[in-house]
Design a protein around this ligand. Structure first.
Ligand code: SAH
Length: 224
């Protein structure tokens, strides 16, 4: 996948100033974020801002996450390379591509057909053969490819859906932002047999998870 491009310098700066400076030290993760061409995943109007320290609009009222928040979430999965991972909320496909560099098999599911097909196209052009994009409500996971060593939810949920916990392998990890429109905290769930426990960390700000186990529109309306 790795071809030199004119954004290499910006990517290196992003990795150094936004990730390493904030204590992201996982070498494989830093390398993946150095390699994945984030500018190909953003809207053409935002290509010049692709490596800035914040989220960007990607259409359908959705956003590609800030690089640092994306890195924090992936780091919490602690991937070694052999894992099967599910991402809920493909959006632009950027994070799915990063996960594709770090795990053996990645499934990513998106509620909007338009975003799913765009992401699928970019990922195919980059020849990531281990990343599979699906179009559906992912709030109940994706049973057909379960169990997963890691599940990462890229949208804010009212609580960690039980269906996701039960799709984890016995030692699997779920990373999910939990909270409402005023803000959320990242939860890292681990499974030990039939028992589940979680730790809460950084405050974050995501778009809402919709669907069966997400936020309903009366509780979290669309922005005007
Ligand atoms: N990780 C993405 C950013 C995701 S933004 C990236 O790298 O670009 C959150 C995404 O979650 C949005 O695209 C939104 O449409 C999607 N989403 C929200 N609820 C969902 C659901 N129930 N099932 C699938 N996707 C959902």
């Amino acid at each position: 996948m790795k071809k030199p491009d004119s954004f290499e310098e910006q990517r290196a700066k992003m990795v150094k100033e936004q990730l390493v400076a904030r204590k992201i030290h996982d070498k494989r993760l830093l390398q993946a974020m150095m390699q994945v061409p984030r500018h190909l995943f953003v809207h053409p109007d935002h290509v010049e801002s692709a490596y800035t320290d914040g989220p960007l609009p990607i259409g359908e009222g959705q956003t590609i996450s800030q690089p640092y928040v994306a890195a924090l979430m992936v780091a919490a999965l602690g991937l070694q390379g052999h894992e099967k991972v599910l991402e809920i909320g493909t959006g632009s496909g950027y994070l799915a591509a990063v996960l594709g560099q770090l795990a053996a098999e990645v499934h990513s599911i998106e509620q909007f057909e338009s975003l799913a097909s765009k992401a699928d196209q970019v990922i195919a052009n980059l020849e990531f053969s281990n990343v599979h994009v699906h179009h559906n409500d992912g709030s109940a996971g994706l049973n057909e490819h379960a169990p997963y060593d890691g599940i990462l939810v890229s949208a804010a949920a009212p609580k960690a859906p039980e269906a996701l916990l039960t799709q984890l392998t016995p030692n699997g990890v779920l990373v999910i932002p939990v909270g409402d429109r005023n803000g959320q905290r990242l939860q890292r769930w681990t499974r030990d047999g039939d028992k589940f426990k979680y730790e809460e960390s950084t405050k974050v700000s995501f778009v809402p998870l919709r669907g069966e186990f997400g936020w309903q529109r009366n509780a979290w309306p669309n922005p005007k």
